[in-house]
Design a protein around this ligand. Sequence first.
Ligand SMILES: NC(=O)c1ccc[n+]([C@@H]2O[C@H](COP(=O)([O-])OP(=O)(O)OC[C@H]3O[C@@H](n4cnc5c(N)ncnc54)[C@H](OP(=O)(O)O)[C@@H]3O)[C@@H](O)[C@H]2O)c1
Length: 236
Amino acid sequence: MPGPTDLDEAALAAHYAYPDGLAAPYVRVNFVASADGAVTVDGRSRGLGGPADRRVFGRLRRLAEVVLVGAGTVRAEDYRGARRPTVGRDLPPPIAVVTGSADLDPGARLFTDTAVPPIVLTLASAPAERRERLAAAGADVVVLDRLTPDALLGELGARGLHRVLCEGGPGLFGELLAADAVDELCLTVSPLLAGGDAGRIARGPAGTPARPLSLVGVAHEDGTLLLRYLRDAHIG
Ligand SMILES: NC(=O)c1ccc[n+]([C@@H]2O[C@H](COP(=O)([O-])OP(=O)(O)OC[C@H]3O[C@@H](n4cnc5c(N)ncnc54)[C@H](OP(=O)(O)O)[C@@H]3O)[C@@H](O)[C@H]2O)c1
């Protein structure tokens, strides 16, 4: 496992490489939390991450073919398009947003500050005028029958987008966990106690079975702990 001094770009790229030869979506989830498990400070993740987390965040994006994120996160964090191209490609990965309501601001940075069209994964029950406004703002609006993990990943897989990076939030992560659709968790633990009423990194249906993980990577820098876990099914 890499030690605290092994966080240069080449080491990060090797450490976080996706499995070779993927024929279907592989779901890596990335979160940052405080030492007491808070997923936000003042309603956003920004107060949690330091330089090491930001470097890992950027590196994970560069390895991904698509960034999958829930609409709650896009709204809270004022998401914009990924900046840097995916390694080996000319363009950054698109942001794919899951939204049952299509309640996104067409003037938001997600649509106005991006090198590639965002993908909006939504339902026919979302008001048609919202869907049309997002399409007019440049989004690739996809109406699915359901927004289950199967349906979401089926759509990404059909587009050949196999290296999936899910950046949350807790609601989407909870749905993916309930469906046992998560292959990997990259978790940054920040040297902070947040207290307050923040949630934790997953929020899903009661009765979701606990899933065993294997810890395959540990690094730390300036007190920030960078953990990488795989679902046990992927070991060996
Ligand atoms: N610390 C971190 O690393 C981190 C990472 C990400 C987010 N966050 C924080 O987490 C908070 C947001 O999390 P969240 O859990 O509220 O939101 P979220 O998981 O980002 O998004 C939830 C929304 O996604 C849509 N959605 C997801 N799954 C769906 C499904 N199966 N069917 C229909 N719609 C679905 C719905 O959008 P509609 O309402 O549009 O229908 C739902 O309201 C923010 O405060 C953000 O700052 C922290």
